[in-house]
Design a protein around this ligand. Structure first.
Ligand code: ATP
Length: 361
């Protein structure tokens, strides 16, 4: 059995052919086009994609702020379509934290439970637990308008987690923070998810953020999910051209499949192993993806030189160098090396992995 396979009892959120349109006639927009996905219990799941691809719409459907035009959403095996947002075992953290500025940190955290009419002792116990979880005990009595952005973010998270939802939805919650704090909060969020065991569904258009935090990522484009996988899978084995292009730097070359899809012939004639996505064609012209860090430099006449060209530019970026190489026969690739290893204008050979990813357009 595939250890990565999802069984019904693992699933927290099941979306089946969910469609959502806005507007009518010429102004009609299909925000989600028959989207199906299973989000597992206890996972940090990220919806990643460019602006307008439908990430927020999918989150709002799960929360119940919008209703689908078609398809169904199950939560922990239950149909939730008829439940208003406040009756769903789901909570949302928005980009704007929407805290009550005149109330203390502790009161903000306990507010949801207070609204549910829970006993004082229970609210106090939950608030204390949440204050400890987000490491804000020392600021329990401070008004939230006297907190830094990162502290406000922690309060918003604590408030959303206090009622113990089955699912926490997070819509670009870190985008208002500066880069350094944002990186700290990425680690913090992942820790909170692991400690609470709550299913997190996180929306971002930032691929690095998605790779850092997620157990699995769904890459979206134009109302559709193109690929779902663990960060390493998405990064190393992008199945679609859009996924390869959207995540990290990548070289995309023309290739031709050979030996019934076992090999791919690169420009210049070298033949290497082909990694094919499930259901991909086994012959014909294809695009091939190779990460800049997976290419090496060698002598142009070396037997392991799969590609040949001339160095056209070298860009230093602190942790290393990007060498741009103009290929003999046209096209350019980027090679990432710790040292620059060659001079501009030098003829070079390029090594590639034994097997390379073949993309579906
Ligand atoms: P962003 O990263 O910019 O938030 P997104 O991926 O979250 O984008 P959505 O907000 O889900 O994208 O929007 C998907 C599409 O649906 C877009 O074309 C958007 O303009 C449209 N849309 C979303 N909400 C509405 C609405 N209430 N009325 C009309 N169109 C909408």
């Amino acid at each position: 059995a595939d250890p990565g396979a999802t069984t019904a009892s693992d699933v927290m959120i099941h979306a089946g052919k969910v469609t959502k349109t806005f507007g009518q006639g010429a102004g009609k927009v299909t925000a989600l086009d028959a989207v199906s996905v299973d989000i597992r219990k206890n996972e940090f799941f990220t919806l990643l994609g460019p602006s307008g691809c439908g990430k927020t719409t999918l989150l709002r459907l799960i929360a119940g702020f919008e209703l689908p035009d078609g398809g169904q959403i199950l939560l922990d095996g239950q149909e939730i379509g008829h439940l208003p947002p406040y009756k769903r075992p789901v909570n949302t953290v928005f980009q704007s934290y929407a805290l009550f500025p005149h109330m203390s940190v502790a009161r903000n955290i306990g507010f949801g439970l207070e609204m549910q009419g829970r006993p004082k002792s229970e609210i106090k116990e939950a608030t204390d637990r949440m204050l400890a979880l987000v490491q804000m005990e020392h600021l329990a009595d401070r008004r939230t308008d006297q907190l830094s952005g990162g502290q406000q973010q922690r309060v918003a998270l604590a408030r959303a987690l206090a009622p113990k939802p089955k699912v926490l939805l997070l819509d670009e919650p870190l985008s208002a923070l500066d880069l350094k704090l944002r990186k700290e909060m990425q680690i913090e969020l992942k820790r909170l998810q692991e400690e609470t065991g709550i299913t997190f569904v996180f929306v971002t258009h930032d691929q690095e953020e998605a790779l850092t935090m997620s157990d699995r990522i769904a890459v979206m484009k134009s109302g559709a999910i193109l690929q779902v996988g663990a960060p390493k899978q998405i990064y190393n084995n992008p199945a679609r051209r859009f996924v390869a292009d959207f995540i990290g730097d990548i070289n995309i070359l023309d290739g031709k499949l050979a030996e019934n899809g076992a090999k791919v012939v690169l420009p210049g004639g070298a033949s290497v192993g082909a990694l094919l996505a499930e259901g991909a064609a086994r012959d014909g012209r294809v695009s091939v993806a190779i990460r800049p860090e997976n290419m090496g430099l060698t002598a142009p006449d070396a037997t392991d030189a799969a590609l040949k060209g001339r160095v056209s530019n070298i860009v230093y970026f602190g942790a290393g160098h990007n060498l741009h190489v103009q290929l003999d026969g046209g096209g350019e690739v980027m090679v990432r090396r710790a040292q620059s290893e060659a001079e501009i204008g030098a003829p070079v050979g390029l090594t590639v992995p034994d097997a390379v990813q073949v993309l579906v357009d």
